[in-house]
Design a protein around this ligand. Structure first.
Ligand code: PMP
Length: 430
């Protein structure tokens, strides 16, 4: 595969940006090799500056659930851009967006738009603290909620990939207010709430973990957390930045039938533009400024072009059968990968939840804990990643990220991927 242009760009970038990138996992550090630079994207494909084509299972880390460059989203952006890029005053699309989100996710009676998932989660815990008058928050090992100080404690995603789950620069006094739990452990959660429940402002969780590979919740686990939070007056926050509109139209809360007090969103609701949101019960959201005293603001929040992209994307995901088709694609892909691994004699298993999936190089038949995810063979994953990339398939460049399928990944694309995986698994064994 030609890489000259990408390599030249990366050499320039490394001099100018930390690690040569604007977000750490993009640098390919944990999987080896140098990143490719993207010239354009279409449907299930990325095309790099050297003219290589990749089947993409990253989907811009989530937003591209209908495939890249969907004409309906692109046209909505073009139309909105003709009327101006930012107003700094209310615009009609913000109201439509709020109506759409509150209709599709009924636990959100009110919402506030922000510009990223990080902003959404930061704002949600400030609200939980402001509303309860308590300081402590609870998060789970391996969960990632963006790069806010309080969350860089036993964090997942790039923080885990690079071995810095607890980031320097976070004051100890603040980090001490973040309590952590092992995901899917019922007793540990009960014990923590028995001990400290009345000091806990809120508990935030990725209801399906997507930042420590892909870990589904055990039967009844989310309900258990709901009950603990209710009993102790703590705010239950589902971080649905990844799962929202993906594992079901109404997100993980619809799939598992558990309503949180607050929900955070990102990715899909921006259709590829920088957008996030948080929402929840009316009496909580009415604590947010200017309705209430908890301050939170944003110059570009509710941006008209971003709202147009998000609304177009949210229309597409509401089409009948949309999520069933994605789920069938993820199942076909994972079944095919498991069969190819078995043929090659490579210990491997997968998880799938709706359009999210995880790949585990392990002898264990089921991985649903953080400890299980970190015990997998990361070196085998790195060899697999490189072998797949060399065959034109782009997987998330870390063993600790979920993969995503889109509506543009059809049977032929899945078959091509599985064909590449047959050879790639053989390379893993060597
Ligand atoms: N929460 C979750 C569950 C995420 O996966 C991410 C990003 N991958 C974030 C929050 C942060 O979102 P952003 O990168 O848009 O700040």
């Amino acid at each position: 595969m030609k890489q000259q242009r990408s390599n030249a760009l990366f050499a320039r970038a490394r001099e100018l940006m930390p690690g040569g990138v604007n977000s750490p996992v993009r640098a390919f550090r944990s999987v080896g090799g140098d990143p490719f630079f993207v010239a354009r994207a279409d449907g299930p494909f990325l095309f790099d500056v050297d003219g290589n084509r990749y089947i993409d299972y990253v989907g811009s880390w989530g937003p591209m659930i209908t495939g890249h460059n969907h004409p309906r989203v692109r046209e909505a952006v073009e139309r909105a851009a003709r009327d101006g890029l930012s107003f700094g005053a209310p615009c009609p699309a913000e109201v439509t967006m709020a109506e759409t989100l509150t209709r599709l996710v009924p636990s959100c009676e009110m919402v506030r738009m922000v510009n990223s998932g990080t902003e959404a989660t930061l704002s949600a815990i400030r609200l939980a603290r402001g509303a309860t008058g308590r300081a402590r928050i609870v998060k789970f090992e391996g969960c990632y909620h963006g790069h806010g100080d309080s969350f860089l404690v036993k964090a997942g995603s790039g923080a885990l990939t690079f071995g810095v789950p607890d980031s320097p620069g976070v004051p100890k006094a603040l980090a001490d207010l973040t309590l952590t739990l092992p995901y899917n452990d019922f007793d540990a959660a009960s014990a923590l709430f028995d001990r400290s429940g009345d000091d806990i402002a809120g508990l935030i969780i990725e209801p399906v973990v997507g930042n420590a590979n892909c870990l589904p919740p055990r039967e009844g686990y989310l309900r258990h957390l709901r009950e603990l939070c209710t009993r102790h007056g703590a705010v239950l926050i589902f971080d649905e930045v990844m799962t929202g509109f993906r594992v079901a139209l109404g997100g993980a809360q619809a799939r598992y039938g558990v309503a949180p007090d607050l929900t955070t969103f990102g990715k899909i609701i921006g259709g590829g533009m920088p957008v996030g949101a948080y929402g929840g019960r009316r009496e909580l959201m009415e604590q947010v400024s200017p309705a209430g005293p908890v301050y939170q603001a944003g110059t570009l929040s509710g941006n008209p072009v971003a709202m147009a992209a998000g609304l177009a994307m949210l229309e597409l995901v509401q089409e009948p059968g949309f999520h069933q088709r994605l789920e069938a694609t993820a199942n076909a892909l994972c079944d095919g990968l498991e069969a190819a691994a078995q043929e090659a004699g490579v210990p491997f298993t997968s998880n799938r939840v709706g359009a999210m999936f995880g790949m585990f190089f392990t002898e264990s038949p089921m991985v649903d804990s953080y400890a299980g995810a970190v015990a997998c063979d990361a070196a085998a994953f790195a060899r697999f990643f490189r072998a797949m990339l060399g065959r034109g398939v782009f997987l998330a460049p870390s063993a600790f990220e979920a993969g995503f399928v889109s509506a543009a990944h059809d049977e032929a694309i899945v078959a091509e991927t599985i064909e590449a995986a047959r050879a790639a698994f053989a390379a893993v064994r060597q």
